[in-house]
Design a protein around this ligand. Structure first.
Ligand code: ATP
Ligand code: MG
Length: 578
């Protein structure tokens, strides 16, 4: 490709709405063009990168025994009703009506469709196991479509779904996929951590995420890990041991009694007023899970991890309750307490989840649904209604201890590029997707699902590989392997050598751009760095001595070598990609 013909417009400025490195660089280097919030055109350079990521994913999925298909992007409501998700999937699901007034949606994920495909085609145990995948655009009406390709509304995903006769089969396929994922990200030139994660809206019990570790602002997830042992988990799922703390208030309170605690709306105010550590207070928080109130109880110096709470409450959507919703709940229960004075007693009939920390408390302080009052010297048996769900809903914090070996946990930021889930029968059961066993009995398939964000992976590669001048693409997913820059296109010898290198590299299967523009060398170098070609060959004055300059973008290393050597080095590097 000649640079003069390449459809790319590099810019001096970043797009004004870009907050993170990859968004800034993809915009400035002309890889993407925004059409609407979270919706982008993938320009030719971008499309080359995406196709490379796709191809690596495709090769490794095929190698792992999965089969590719392509399902429709527009989906009818009926299948989503069968799974029960039409009602509960939030606003991320883009719903629309066709001309016959039928409800449809744009595919945010394809569990429903694949389960219906499978139940029509996989009737006997003899046909199982099967793993089917596709690579396709998805649409999710994300609340904050920011960060460019990292969190788009329209984005490209590889989604795979496995069907087994039993848990043992699923376990085996899960391991198989974990191995394939490791290989995929390695081949993309990305270092990833496989961490335990919660299973969010898709559900199921066991899941892992593949995280690109990054210190840039784009890392949306906190990953807790132990340097001593293998433990690592997303903050949605991380657990830890707590350091020692005062959890018995016997020194402060001789007996249980209700005391006045005027104006103590916050934990700080309350602990200051009573002159006690906050570890002696039981905090009660009201959330709305799947449109219903849920009360979360936790030791007051700790925070609730919302996803853990949502899962413990068995929901798929969670948010903190508004002041109006709390007032309404108080009304319903015959109380009149302001936030800050809420407590579990008298809240029978409302779903309640108590964190493990609550069960260590003795002679503590708790709200009793009366403004400006608290119960001190309380014990659990006095205040907990029946049917409280006991669960770990605590947000892990830096400095807490590894649940496996007790050493302090470290925390880092990560970008989730892929994940694997054990779904079990979550979809096959309600959708009656069954196979017949050797005795003629039917059972629902045991399913797994496995996603990779193709476009997010490309953007994450930039977060992990860049400098202030631009992108440093890993060779395997770069749009082109090398750019040849003749310093002066009027110079006959320079052009002759540049052209001949261009031709031989092309015919050896190397993807090469010749910067034939009549621009100053400085401009060409800037663009080369910004676009992020892994190699640059500069043909300048030293060609008189038979030498060109070869620059490696990743390390910045520059060597003066013969055109023949430059050609061979690049061919060797490209051929060494699997
Ligand atoms: P997240 O927690 O980041 O929203 P998710 O749990 O919703 O991700 P899945 O539904 O499991 O993700 O989708 C599989 C993969 O698709 C993710 O691992 C991620 O790489 C990618 N992905 C998800 N949402 C987006 C998005 N809005 N833009 C780009 N890629 C995405
Ligand atoms: Mg999501």
């Amino acid at each position: 490709m000649k640079m003069s013909k390449l459809f790319v417009q590099t810019m001096r400025e970043f797009p004004s709405d870009a907050e993170v490195i990859s968004h800034k660089m993809l915009g400035r280097a002309g890889y993407i063009k925004k059409l609407a919030p979270g919706v982008y055109t993938y320009q030719p350079l971008m499309w080359r990168v995406l196709k490379k990521v796709e191809n690596i994913v495709r090769e490794e999925m095929d190698r792992a025994g999965a089969q590719e298909l392509l399902m429709p992007f527009v989906q009818p409501k009926e299948l989503w009703e069968e799974s029960g998700r039409w009602e509960v999937y939030g606003k991320e699901l883009m719903r629309l009506k066709d001309r016959h007034d039928r409800d449809m949606c744009l595919g945010p994920t394809h569990e429903e469709i694949i389960t219906s495909v499978a139940r029509d085609g996989l009737k006997s145990y003899k046909q199982l196991p099967v793993n089917l995948y596709q690579i396709q655009s998805k649409f999710r009406d994300e609340i904050r479509p920011r960060y460019g390709l990292l969190r788009g509304r329209e984005f490209i995903m590889k989604d795979a779904y496995s069907f087994d006769i039993d848990e043992a089969g699923l376990d085996k396929e899960y391991e198989n996929m974990a191995r394939a994922y490791k290989k995929i990200f390695e081949r993309c030139g990305l270092e990833t951590k496989m961490v335990q994660s919660d299973s969010g809206a898709i559900g199921g019990s066991v899941s892992h995420e593949f995280m690109v570790i990054t210190d840039t602002d784009a890392g949306e997830n906190d990953v807790f890990y132990c340097e001593e042992c293998d433990y690592s988990a997303n903050s949605n799922h991380a657990i830890s041991k707590l350091p020692e703390a005062v959890v018995d208030g016997k020194e402060y309170f001789k007996e249980a009694k209700i005391v006045d605690t005027p104006q103590t709306h916050s934990i700080e105010q309350l602990s200051e007023f009573l002159n006690i550590p906050s570890t002696l207070i039981l905090k009660s928080l009201v959330y709305i899970v799947d449109k219903k109130p849920v009360i979360a109880l936790i030791r007051a110096d700790k925070a609730v991890e919302e996803t853990k709470l949502m899962n413990a409450a068995g929901g798929i959507d969670i948010r903190i309750a508004s002041a109006a919703e709390i007032a309404e709940l108080m009304d319903e229960k015959g109380f009149n307490a302001e936030p800050g004075f809420i407590g579990p007693k008298g809240m029978n009939g409302i779903k309640m989840v108590a964190d493990e920390t609550v069960y260590d408390l003795k002679n503590f302080v708790v709200g009793i649904n009366q403004t400006d009052k608290h119960l001190v010297g309380a014990n659990l048996e006095d205040i907990l209604p029946e049917n409280v769900i006991r669960a770990d809903i605590r947000l892990v914090e830096r400095g807490e201890l590894c649940p496996e070996c007790g050493k302090p946990l470290s925390v880092t930021k990560g970008i989730e590029v892929g994940n694997i889930f054990k779904l079990g029968t979550k979809y096959s059961k309600p959708m009656n997707a069954v196979y017949t066993d050797v005795n003629g009995k039917t059972h629902p398939y045991v399913m797994g699902c496995y996603g990779i964000g193709i476009s997010r992976t490309a953007a994450a590669a930039i977060e992990a590989h860049h400098d202030e001048n631009g992108i440093k693409w890993p060779l395997a997913i770069a749009p082109y392997h090398v750019v040849i820059v003749p310093v002066n296109i009027q110079d006959e010898l320079q052009m002759k050598v540049a052209n001949s290198l261009y031709e031989v590299l092309k015919s050896a299967g190397v993807e090469v751009v010749l910067d034939d523009r009549d621009e100053r060398a400085g401009v060409k170098f800037k663009d080369a760095d910004l676009i992020g070609f892994p190699f640059r060959i500069t043909v300048g004055k030293t060609i008189a001595e038979g030498l060109v300059e070869c620059k490696i973008r990743e390390s910045g290393e520059m060597v003066k070598i013969t055109p023949e050597e430059a050609k061979q080095n690049i061919i060797d590097a490209v051929m060494s990609l699997q």
